[in-house]
Design a protein around this ligand. Sequence first.
Ligand code: MG
Length: 169
Amino acid sequence: MDSKVASLINQQINKEFYSAYLYLDFANYYASVGLDGFENWYKIQAQEERDHAMLFYQYLQNNGQKVTFEAIDKPDKEFSDNMDPLKAGLEHEKYVTSLINEIYAAAFDVKDFRTMQLLDWFVKEQGEEEKNASDMVTKMELFGSDAKGLYMLNSELGARVYSAPSLTL
Ligand code: MG
């Protein structure tokens, strides 16, 4: 495997674990204000991010590449209201999309079709992640300022259940 492609994927393992850590921090915030549905949604999101990290890790292993783990950054955002994590989540997913695109571009440059095929799944996944994050902001704008609306939104998010990623290596 091209060393730049392998290095970017190795970095992405760290970024995905950071995403899991960030979303656990969101869950932690929502737990502190009693919104257990939001807490549930972000705990499951954290599980998905860990899955992403494990997929990249296994992909490097399957292709004989050395994996190096670096320190995971501390989630350092302060939240002043229930909207803050949602907006931070949308910004974060846009950033992750840019990272996936960067790896794709590097794989494209060296005609690494196998990695491009792996990344096709992540490109689609990022489209879904951005839509989910954007929908959460919209719903909070629409319903979040009303106590009954917030209660129902919290119930909706509380119904989310974990399912393993559709991608297998
Ligand atoms: Mg991810």
